[in-house]
Ligand binder design. Sequence first.
Ligand SMILES: Cc1cc2nc3c(=O)[nH]c(=O)nc-3n(C[C@H](O)[C@H](O)[C@H](O)COP(=O)(O)OP(=O)(O)OC[C@H]3O[C@@H](n4cnc5c(N)ncnc54)[C@H](O)[C@@H]3O)c2cc1C
Ligand code: SF4
Length: 318
Amino acid sequence: MKAFSYERASSPADAAARAAQIANARYIAGGTNLLDLMKLQIEAPSHLIDVNGIGLDRIEETAEGGLRIGALVRNTDLAADPRVRRDYPVLTRALVAGASGQLRNKATTAGNLLQRTRCVYFYDPNMPCNKRVPGSGCSALAEGAVSRQLAVIGTSDACIATHPSDMAVAMLVLDAVVETVLPSGETRVIPVADLHVLPGDTPHIETTLRPGELVTAVTLPPPIGGKQSYRKVRDRASYAFALVSVAAIIQPDGSGRIALGGVAPKPWRRDDADAALPKGATAVMERLLAGARPTEDNAFKLLLAERALAATLAEAKE
Ligand SMILES: Cc1cc2nc3c(=O)[nH]c(=O)nc-3n(C[C@H](O)[C@H](O)[C@H](O)COP(=O)(O)OP(=O)(O)OC[C@H]3O[C@@H](n4cnc5c(N)ncnc54)[C@H](O)[C@@H]3O)c2cc1C
Ligand code: SF4
């Protein structure tokens, strides 16, 4: 690990202002992703701004009847919150499907949304990777590469990595909105749907956050009911990232919303696919995965996603 300096922020606005003052500073929340990347020198910040202890760890009801989740709320606490369990069960299920109990005790709401890809070539500093070193090439697209875990849609010729967060998929299906503060002190809101960006020819740019912008909260709209589920298919029963995951909210009349994880560089959803829900899983996937460009290694994800959705829809009818 390279040497770095460290400070504790005193408020969200102070954290954002400090981030703008110091070149190559990073926020640290639970540290479960950032510290791993620093140990491998994939990330080498000069300075860490600790955003724990600045009042971002509360879950509050909004005037509209939704929930405002502080950026520092731990994944364990969010999953266990009685209001989340009752009104947003898709979120609880996605959270408990992720990582391990110990990691969830440290991992935070904002850190989870902003964690970086788990592409094995990104984690190997000896291999070319456009996301890690822009312009160096993509090892996952090289002859003989292992791309089983990687994306089938939303990819580019520069990068086929997936976004690894389970929670983000549930947040997307719930139409959650991210709140931030900028170094200028201004605040803004970003729908989760617009937070992550596709790789194009700049895969190192992963979100629409501006330099120094601090996520302060994620807001859930008022509950919409329906049968909510999160189905995650992975190589091991636990402690593994999704090959494919399906976040679903199905209403009694068969309408609803679907988002997928494990298939794209961002949590994946399309309005026209939601509209096809009454026609069944095949019709939904025709729209949701239209234009997919799988590799030979991961083409199985197309059928896996359809079957996972079919099982979800069958369960919703029970
Ligand atoms: C072995 C292992 C298995 C895992 N399995 C899963 C899994 O199955 N599913 C899953 O979803 N996740 C999984 N994870 C990932 C884990 O959930 C993330 O590491 C965690 O959620 C990151 O949260 P954190 O608070 O520790 O983030 P940190 O590591 O502190 O930060 C992550 C990034 O977010 C930035 N950041 C943090 N807070 C803010 C903020 N408020 N505003 C702006 N930027 C911020 C940091 O600067 C950093 O770039 C796994 C991790 C490990 C190590
Ligand atoms: S898929 Fe993306 S993250 Fe993985 S090696 Fe290629 S450029 Fe890097």
